[in-house]
Design a protein around this ligand. Structure first.
Ligand code: F6P
Length: 518
């Protein structure tokens, strides 16, 4: 079945009519009063994650029409095409197979996927063996991951999230920015003989990473480091370039793993170093369980599908432009940044698969901070501002510490914020009134573990897949990052030479101000 773009379906018109007649006047208070079973009907269990969707601006008709939209767009066939390894990343003529990275050895892939699956398994085994070797090597006390975007955000977020499972004795550092302040600050606290550098880059050409990698090697040699081969490893699809750089220990992956989908591959080595081979396999197992849920659950009980459909409803009918993430767990501090790349680099597109401009919105802006911090910063705007921003609460039932009182306060705050956003407060008088009816989704994990984190990340991947599939875009390329890279290459030598020929007046004026003074 071929893909049909959402705005070319019958369901799209029906959804617009439904929005005009009922959707825009929908109130949560009335919906809960009218339906005592609303929580049950609009909550969904999936592997390792429970989601309460009932505080969203949807009723049974909205869900039915959105499901009809998904079917008309060919969502299931598109999903199956991804799992089968078809080249759904058409603008780069690539398959999209990050799900294969999570598939357990006990379920070997067949047909065209048998050979890539064999490569995945052997690379995983080698990488995990290396991780265990380094974990046992107590002379290595510091691991520095040098990478950016997908080669940084996933491992950094997960190492922090799973800190409670990390073996003591090793510190993890992440260097992404070409801003030398970052690398210089980290190097100041390191001794070369105790440091392992991981150069993480899918392409092994990214300017920031190559610059940082060269500086790290120079520092290593100038600080008396010996044996680059022992102290540097590369995680890349471009093993040849890594060898040319002088790195002998390399762990590869493949062009069918997108950068923002790569923490499951060799890019995840820092995670394996932190939580061990068993923990890393747990992360993969959680994600695989969610893959199976996405692949097999009926659309109406399929959590990533329900979330992706909600995203389309909010973006294209309510026309909400942003979504806020509120993890009520400080270890999930970097989750909003990770999800930003996942969703905004995947679905921040303005043309369809055929290159035709779209007349509707795609990726919202994603942003957020851990709760309760956000409450004391920007929640004012969420409660009483002029824009409606759907919010996503992420709460973990069991704390991983034993400080009395804290966890109940934390969870009470998450529940209270979701409640306040929904019920609001009338008649308190002018400035003290809350409009309420502000939507939120509430995710619950029982514990934050490698398995539940893996499942949650896969849930998000498939949710982004769902909205992207309906919008008719390619969620797996990122051409929008290229122009700036090309222009930076042109500008860099001009900072030294002062040549502004051919530059616009603004860029020329700024360049003159930023040039180093003699
Ligand atoms: O510039 C964007 C991007 O290509 C991301 O998609 C990617 O995650 C990041 O750069 C890093 O790329 P690489 O892993 O090839 O260094």
């Amino acid at each position: 079945m071929t893909r049909v773009r959402c705005d070319q379906t019958k369901a799209w018109g029906a959804l617009q009519a439904h929005y005009d007649e009922a959707g825009r006047r929908f109130t949560l208070r009335e919906a809960f009063a009218a339906d005592p079973k609303r929580f049950e009907a609009l909550s969904q269990s999936a592997p390792f994650v429970f989601a309460d969707l009932s505080k969203n601006l949807v009723d049974a008709r909205t869900e039915a029409l959105l499901l009809a939209l998904a079917r008309e767009c060919g969502l299931e066939a598109h999903r199956d095409a991804m799992f089968e390894g078809r080249h759904i990343n058409a603008t780069e003529d690539r398959a999209v197979l990050h799900t294969l990275l999570r598939r357990p050895a006990s379920e070997p892939a067949t047909g065209a996927l048998a050979s890539p699956f064999g490569d995945v398994q052997s690379t995983l085994a080698a990488m995990l063996a290396y991780a265990e070797e380094i974990r046992a090597d107590h002379t290595i006390t510091d691991v520095v991951n040098i990478g950016i975007g997908g080669s940084d955000l996933g491992p950094q977020m997960a190492v922090l999230a799973l800190e409670q499972f990390a073996a003591p004795g090793k510190r993890f550092h992440f260097v992404s920015n070409v801003d030398g302040h970052e690398l210089a600050g980290i190097l100041r606290g390191l001794a070369p003989e105790h440091t392992l550098f991981l150069i993480a880059s899918k392409t092994f050409t990214t300017a920031e990473t190559m610059t940082n990698a060269q500086s790290a090697r120079r520092w290593f040699e100038q600080s008396g480091g010996v044996d680059v081969a022992r102290h540097f490893a590369a995680l890349t699809t471009n093993v040849e370039a890594a060898r040319a750089f002088g790195i002998e220990t390399t762990f590869g992956f493949w062009d069918w793993v997108g950068g923002r989908y790569s923490l499951w591959s060799a890019i995840g080595l820092p995670i394996a170093l932190a939580i061990g081979a068993e923990g890393f396999r747990g992360l993969l197992a959680g994600a695989h369980a969610m893959d199976e849920h996405f692949r097999t659950a009926p659309l109406a009980q399929n959590l990533p599908v329900r979330l992706g459909l909600l995203d389309v409803w909010y973006r294209n009918f309510h026309r909400f432009t942003s979504r806020s993430i509120a993890p009520y767990h400080s270890a999930l501090k970097r989750l909003p940044a990770y999800l930003q790349q996942l969703e905004m680099e995947s679905n921040g597109k303005r043309v369809d698969m055929a290159g035709a401009p779209l007349a509707f919105g795609t990726s919202p802006v994603l942003w957020g901070e851990p709760g309760t911090n956000g409450q004391h910063a920007y929640f004012q705007m969420l409660h009483q501002g002029t824009d409606v921003t759907p919010l996503e609460f992420i709460a973990v039932r069991d704390a991983a510490h034993d400080l009395p009182g804290h966890h109940a306060k934390l969870l009470a705050n998450a529940l209270a914020q979701a409640q306040a956003l929904m019920v609001g407060q009338a008649d308190a008088g002018g400035h003290k009134d809350f409009p309420g009816n502000r939507p939120s989704t509430f995710f619950v994990f029982e514990q934050l573990t490698p398995e539940s984190l893996g499942a949650f990340l896969a849930l998000y991947e498939h949710r982004v897949f769902t909205s992207g599939a309906l919008w008719g875009i390619n969620s797996f390329d990122q051409w929008g990052v290229e122009l700036g890279k090309v222009l930076a290459r042109d500008i860099e030598p001009r900072l030294a030479s002062g040549d502004v020929a051919g530059l616009d007046a603004s860029t020329a004026g700024l360049l003159a101000r930023l040039r180093p003074r003699a």
